[in-house]
Design a protein around this ligand. Structure first.
Ligand SMILES: C[S@@+](CC[C@H](N)C(=O)[O-])C[C@H]1O[C@@H](n2cnc3c(N)ncnc32)[C@H](O)[C@@H]1O
Length: 240
């Protein structure tokens, strides 16, 4: 177990609040153990050791609870089902972050499939790579993209998908124009995101951008817990 990697994931997830109690307990435990606080210098060693282990346990439990809370909210297996992700597929994930959705995609496409996990944030991709190494996952390749170009290394992706990422993209139009060159003609771009003031996304906005960039919005609906899906296909008849 590599603790540095664990902390890397916490930070890259930008979801730190729930780890603070565990982190605080662990740090306090270490300080007690090392006898840096005068008031507790004479505590029995057993108590100090217990404090240290308690902190570490709380930290790990916080991590697990937070993961399952996200699973309950996002229901990633349902998203895979909706998108039609199947064993053997080659898929690009954009804005993968530290890989929350990536590992579900990876398991679904299996050994014969491949996931290209793109992001512009190299630290997040490093955390993703570290997790691949720890868990022995071999069908994920990370891809450092540019703001307006995902830079996938292949041109035959069967699907491009993203979870809670598209609203973050500052160059949406140029990015959409560029992503087409990595996709098969009949591939879909499946965007899972919100539809509210925070994301600035809704049917009209996405349909409008799609129209300007050679896509068409085929499906748009609310799935669960505030996750909306926007399915875009390449409109071959439009001038590119
Ligand atoms: C809210 S996070 C979501 C991360 C991950 N999909 C998840 O659900 O945990 C949005 C991600 O989009 C990435 N991002 C923002 N603009 C991007 C761009 N133009 N190309 C690729 N990734 C981008 C950010 O670096 C960040 O990792």
């Amino acid at each position: 177990m590599n603790l540095t990697d664990y902390f890397g994931i916490f930070i890259a997830n930008k979801n730190k609040n729930c780890y603070f109690p565990g982190l605080f307990s662990a740090v306090t435990g270490v300080r007690l153990y090392c006898g840096k606080k005068g008031v507790v210098n004479n505590m029995k060693k057993l108590t100090k050791t217990f404090a240290l282990f308690l902190g570490i346990i709380v930290l790990f439990v916080s991590f697990s609870v937070s993961q399952s809370r996200r699973d309950r909210r996002d229901q990633p297996e349902k998203l895979l089902e909706y998108a039609g992700v199947k064993p053997g597929m080659t898929i690009g994930e954009a804005g993968a972050g530290s890989g929350y959705f990536t590992f579900f995609l990876s398991r679904r496409v299996g050994d014969r499939g491949k996931i290209y996990a793109n992001d512009i944030d190299e630290d997040s991709l490093q955390a993703l790579k570290n997790r691949c190494r720890r868990e022995g996952v071999e069908n994920i390749e990370t891809v450092v993209g540019e703001i307006a170009d995902p830079c996938f290394p292949v041109s035959d992706l069967e699907m491009v998908t993203m979870l809670y990422a598209f609203h973050d993209f500052t160059e949406k139009e140029q990015w959409l124009r560029n992503v087409k060159k990595y996709m098969k003609d009949d591939a879909s771009l499946v965007i899972f995101d919100g539809q509210d003031a925070h994301t600035g996304l809704n049917k009209e906005v996405v349909s409008n951008i799609a129209g300007k960039t050679g896509f068409e919005l085929l499906k748009h609906e609310h799935l669960h817990n505030g996750i909306w899906v926007y399915v875009l296909n390449i409109r071959n008849s439009l001038p590119q």
